[in-house]
Ligand binder design. Structure first.
Ligand code: SF4
Length: 72
């Protein structure tokens, strides 16, 4: 199976850079017992996840920063 693993905020991004994780085979007693999926992800995913985490910490639900400053 081939799966695409991207975040919701990736849907209209123009910087998508495919990073393909090839299927892995697992063997038991020299016999093939499982093959993992092929997974397509973005090579920038860790950077963007950290940016999302940072922004979520900075912004409250009403769009005002935790320091009561309006976010730009
Ligand atoms: S991880 Fe970042 S760079 Fe990659 S598609 Fe998503 S938003 Fe764009």
């Amino acid at each position: 199976m081939i799966t695409i693993d991207v975040a919701e905020y990736c849907s209209s991004c123009m910087d998508f850079d495919p990073d393909v994780q090839r299927p892995q085979k697992a063997y038991g007693m020299s016999e093939e017992i499982a093959i993992s999926d092929t997974v397509i992800r973005c090579s920038n995913r860790n950077r963007c996840k950290n940016i999302e985490r940072y922004l979520r910490k900075k912004v409250t639900n009403d769009g005002v920063g935790k320091t009561d400053e309006a976010m730009p």
